[in-house]
Write a protein that binds this ligand. Structure first.
Ligand code: ZN
Length: 147
């Protein structure tokens, strides 16, 4: 089980214990729920988007270490980015956690999720925050599901 230990490396545990941007924005322009029935991860995102830029973002909810850490990392990466940059990050992240590879060498904080692709069940946990983000940005009020 060394691989699994590797998966729960320090960065993931750090983000799980002290999540960034945790809570809800009082005045949000976009919001949405995410739910991963396989693991029971629940997420609520609020965003403040102005001039096609993500000025602020918060997440709330309960879930496993991977889902929480991924949401925390996602919010730190997306904050301050334009909507199209955020969508490009989604694509980058999705490729990374489903194939373990990426076209980009400079993944920064995302690289901690590179080992996730070996665990299909965990991929759903890791992508939940990103799927919810994508739904929020496209103004969809549906609950984001990982299925
Ligand atoms: Zn989970």
């Amino acid at each position: 089980m060394d691989d699994l230990r590797e998966l729960y490396q320090e960065t993931i545990l750090d983000h799980n214990q002290s999540p960034q941007n945790f809570g809800r924005l009082e005045f949000s322009t976009h919001s949405g729920d995410g739910y991963n029935p396989l693991c029971g991860d629940k997420l609520f995102l609020t965003l403040e988007v102005h001039d096609s830029k993500v000025k602020d973002i918060r997440f709330d909810g309960s879930g496993c270490a991977i889902s929480k850490a991924s949401a925390s990392i996602m919010t730190t990466l997306v904050k301050g980015k334009t909507v199209s940059e955020a969508e490009a990050l989604f694509d980058l992240f999705h490729e990374l956690v489903t194939t373990g590879k990426s076209k980009t060498t400079n993944l920064g904080k995302l690289s901690v999720m590179a080992g996730v692709y070996k665990y299909p069940v965990r991929v759903k946990c890791a992508t939940l925050a990103w799927h919810t983000l994508k739904n929020c940005l496209s103004h969809s009020n549906e609950v984001a599901k990982t299925e």
